[in-house]
Design a protein around this ligand. Structure first.
Ligand SMILES: Nc1ncnc2c1ncn2[C@@H]1O[C@H](C[S@+](CC[C@H]([NH3+])C(=O)[O-])CC(=O)[O-])[C@@H](O)[C@H]1O
Ligand SMILES: O=C(O)C(=O)Cc1ccccc1
Length: 241
């Protein structure tokens, strides 16, 4: 089992920007489970959706794969013949650990893990791509280019599975934030941990509204966007080419 996330327990005068370093990789399964409401369901359903949209002899991408949770969910669910799964992350600490999990798993199609920036990596012959809580970490001005690359590489009838922390109008924002913080508190995070993590991610994780996400997915070349899951401010979309 993963170690407990105690990264923000001590008080700091100045909280550094959040990074996917070795300390975060070590506690990541605990951190994401206690921080993202519905994370386990999102991962499991990404496998179910990938199986429905995967086409034989295409590539299945997990962009920003971290420890490979979605990579493995897709690997276990796929039934289309001759697919290749490619998990990409630019954090060496994450990928090294993903490699250990993958080595314990031998069920399903071939998986390649690649250490690269997803904004630079060539995506080709895709039927399914997952971006599970990753686009939110890409600079907003780079998001359309990334989604356009994915759409251009995706075959007709293929899909993008996109999960994000999203933003709302002012009134709803404060309700959703309060409920998210209640969720974190119920999972054992103190008010200090919640406040320090909040300032660490402030300039690093940039949420956008549902309208912005939907319009950009259409502009990128997807023809249909549906919301298939929401728990508080964490939402999952299916964009179909
Ligand atoms: N430019 C980039 N290129 C490659 N990787 C990147 C980049 N920017 C960020 N990352 C990677 O995106 C991942 C985001 S976590 C994804 C969870 C996973 N999908 C999961 O379903 O468990 C989400 C979270 O921590 O909230 C990290 O591993 C980063 O290194
Ligand atoms: O912890 C938070 O407040 C989040 O928004 C989710 C999260 C989960 C893991 C790393 C960074 C952000």
């Amino acid at each position: 089992m993963s170690e407990r996330d105690d990264i923000y327990t001590e008080a700091h005068d100045r909280v550094a920007d959040f990074e996917f370093n070795t300390a975060v990789a070590r506690v990541f399964p605990d951190m994401i489970k206690r921080s993202v409401p519905g994370y386990a369901e999102t991962v499991a359903m990404s496998g179910i959706i990938a199986a429905r949209y995967a086409k034989p002899h295409t590539n299945i991408y997990d962009l920003g794969c971290s420890l490979g949770a979605v990579t493995l969910a897709m690997r276990h669910a796929l039934t289309a013949e001759g697919c290749r799964i490619i998990g990409i992350d630019n954090s060496e600490s994450m990928l090294e650990r993903a490699g250990h999990y993958l080595a314990l798993d031998d069920e399903g199609p071939a998986v390649d893990l690649v250490c690269a920036d997803i904004c630079e990596y060539p995506i080709e012959n895709a039927s399914v791509t997952a971006l599970n809580f990753v686009l939110q970490f890409i600079a907003p001005e780079q998001r359309l280019a990334l989604l356009s690359n994915i759409a251009a590489a995706t075959c007709q009838g293929g899909a993008l599975i996109l999960s994000e922390k999203i933003a709302f109008s002012e009134d709803e924002q404060s309700i959703q934030d309060t409920l998210h913080h209640d969720f974190k508190r119920a999972n054992g995070y103190s008010d200090l941990e919640i406040a320090q993590k909040r300032s660490a991610i402030e300039n690093v994780l940039i949420p956008e509204t549902e309208d912005v996400h939907r319009q950009r997915l259409l502009d990128a070349g997807f023809s249909n966007v549906i919301r298939w899951y929401q728990c508080f401010n964490f939402v999952s979309y299916l964009a179909i080419k």
